[in-house]
Design a protein around this ligand. Structure first.
Ligand code: AMP
Length: 184
């Protein structure tokens, strides 16, 4: 059973690592950013509501986000575990996740923090070129990370595993897998 959350600032490589690790660990990769982008491109009511937040770099309101995650975690493929990427993004979402898992008599196994210096982050994001990767929105997302998301490192101190997020993709995945082994 692998229930893992990936945390790190925008550009830390959470999405890239989540894809690689989900294959290695055999659990689904759940990215709230990707779920929102799918809603936006399909122009669902949720997408219409979420769009302006994605475009500004602010967080989508917790009520919308938590409900979307609750539905996703109710799907059968999460029974073997999951890799959450981009959720929780603040301590209130973390409380909700804790409650959702407690209802299934489970909890998180580990929280992986991908550590990457700020100059490398900006460089990676500008190279990625997603619609919301303009310099202004990147800056806003970094600010939001520091004020809203970084407190999770304290919140999850007991199960936090810090991993160096600089290097090539396989090298970083191996570091994460090694770190997870120390907890199993
Ligand atoms: P990401 O793909 O993780 O970089 O997320 C892109 C954008 O989606 C963020 O800037 C937020 O606007 C929104 N988003 C993703 N995950 C969350 C979340 N857990 N809570 C609120 N907003 C989120």
């Amino acid at each position: 059973m692998t229930r893992v959350v990936l945390v790190g600032p925008p550009g830390a490589g959470k999405g890239t690592q989540a894809v690689a690790l989900s294959e290695r660990l055999g659990v689904p990769h759940i990215s709230t950013g990707e779920l929102f982008r799918a809603h936006v491109s399909e122009q669902t009511p949720l997408g219409q509501e979420a769009k302006r937040y994605l475009n500004s770099g602010d967080l989508v309101p917790d009520s919308v986000t938590n409900e979307m995650v609750r539905e996703r975690l109710a799907e059968e493929d999460t029974e073997a575990g999951f890799l959450l990427d981009g959720f929780p993004r603040n301590t209130k979402q973390a409380d909700v996740l804790g409650q959702l898992l407690a209802e299934q008599d489970s909890g998180l196994d580990a929280v992986i923090e991908l550590q990457v210096p700020e100059d490398v982050l900006v460089e990676r994001l500008l190279a990625r070129g997603r619609d919301d990767d303009t310099e202004e929105v990147i800056r806003r997302r970094q600010q939001v990370y520091r004020s809203e998301t970084a407190p999770l490192l304290e919140y999850y101190a007991d199960i936090l595993l810090a991993v160096n997020g600089v290097g090539d993709i396989d090298e970083i995945s191996s570091r994460v897998l090694d770190a997870l082994k120390t907890r199993s």
